[in-house]
Write a protein that binds this ligand. Structure first.
Ligand code: 5GP
Length: 377
């Protein structure tokens, strides 16, 4: 397992060895991990050695590697996306995608500590955006990734196909068609994700494609209300597709939570800021809608979308007994691991949330229950 740094490392270092053994032995599902954000630094360095780029890219790649080695410092969440072009430069051929995917799967599922097999998680739903480069088509990219994922049993690994908010309508359609075709061919695609810079894209035009996902038997997860730039309209468009899981949901308003989630108390007539014409046909959802919230603690702290653990929205969902899953997001820039993220639950404040072992075990089970590989309602 790669070295961890930052808040996760501080929380882990504060635990007694019994607590660490407890966390290591807890069955855990990692459901929100981006392939190109989860590459071990060792693999990045290997790829960099084989890389022969144009001079403009050389500097960008070298600068980014330096930042990744010394610990990334972000001013805000948008800074995060500037790391990706250099990583993409290193993973632009099918051969590099094989190396990368294999290393990421191993880091989650085969890690050893002091010679003892201690996987970070028991089940991994890895996600990635099918990328077209001069060396490969999107289909080739997905095929190569799936070949690696399918080396593991279905009880251990599966793939979510991401579409990026920056994509054109046609590209989104192509990616979703590909995901559905692959699933129909028996490949291990279990869901669709919407990711990418939260400032980009009109989610109202994405919904026509996202609404086909569930009929195809795939799960749907969306990054939602991740920054203060995301409008109510943006969240409404995404919620109208009834995603099974929500990524981050940091700034989802109380009004929308009350309107959509069955377990959050309805605030009576306080939904006044939303006019009827703004509401999607299927709201409010007084029925059985309880989308699991994918919580990425280190990511939120380091991207500065959340000021402290004390102010984190996880507290709201825990209090309301709403399903959540604890995830790493991008283990490389955020210097974390599944063990690191669970340490943030168990460590005493201010390093962690100070949950009891029973509560941590309950949270881990919620994650397992939220996997797309399980039959959904
Ligand atoms: P990939 O899909 O290429 O395997 O993984 C990297 C991509 O995932 C990034 O380019 C970005 O689009 C997306 N991504 C990674 N982390 C985040 C995040 O925290 N928020 C959002 N919205 N997208 C992310």
């Amino acid at each position: 397992m790669s070295e961890i740094t930052g808040p996760a490392a501080a929380a882990l270092a504060s635990l007694c060895s019994d607590d660490v053994i407890f966390l290591q032995s807890l069955p855990k599902a990692e459901l929100h991990a981006h392939l190109n954000g989860s590459i071990p630094i060792k693999t990045i360095l290997e790829l960099a050695q084989q890389y022969s780029p144009s001079s403009a890219q050389t500097t960008e790649v070298a600068d980014t590697i330096e930042k990744l080695k010394s610990g990334v410092i972000l001013n805000d969440i948008f800074d995060f996306f500037s790391l990706m072009p250099a990583i993409y430069a290193l993973t632009s051929t099918p051969e590099a995608v094989v190396i990368t995917t294999r290393a990421v799967l191993q880091s989650f599922l085969n890690s050893t500590n002091d010679g003892v097999e201690s996987p970070q998680c028991t089940y991994l739903e890895l996600r990635t955006t099918p990328r077209k480069t001069t060396h490969m088509t999107r289909e080739k990219y997905l095929t190569v990734v799936l070949d690696e994922v399918e080396m593991y049993p279905a009880t251990q690994a599966a793939l979510i196909v991401s579409v990026d908010r920056r994509m054109s309508d046609l590209d989104v359609e192509e990616c979703i068609n590909l995901a559905i075709e692959m699933k129909n061919r028996g490949r291990r695609v279990v869901g669709i994700d919407v990711c990418g810079d939260p400032r980009s894209g009109d989610m109202r035009s994405f919904t026509q494609h996202l609404s086909r996902v569930k009929d195809a038997g795939l799960g749907l997860t969306v990054h939602i209300a991740e920054s203060t730039n995301n409008t109510t309209e943006d969240s409404l468009a995404l919620l109208s597709c009834r995603p099974d899981r929500l990524g981050h949901a940091t700034f989802l308003s109380d009004e929308l939570k009350a309107l959509f989630f069955e377990d959050i108390p309805q605030p009576g007539t306080e939904c006044s800021s939303l006019s009827e014409s703004e509401l999607p046909n299927n709201a409010p959802a007084n029925g059985q809608y309880k989308p699991c919230i994918e919580i990425c603690l280190s990511s939120n702290l380091l991207c500065k979308t959340v000021a402290s653990l004390d102010a984190h929205h996880i507290r709201y969902y825990l209090k309301n007994n709403h399903p959540i899953v604890i995830c790493t997001d991008d283990a490389l820039p955020f210097g974390t691991s599944c063990l690191g993220e669970y340490s943030l639950l168990l460590a005493q404040p201010p390093l962690g949330l100070g949950l009891s072992r029973d509560d941590v075990a309950r949270v881990a089970q919620m994650g397992i229950d939220a996997a797309f590989s399980r039959p959904r309602d």
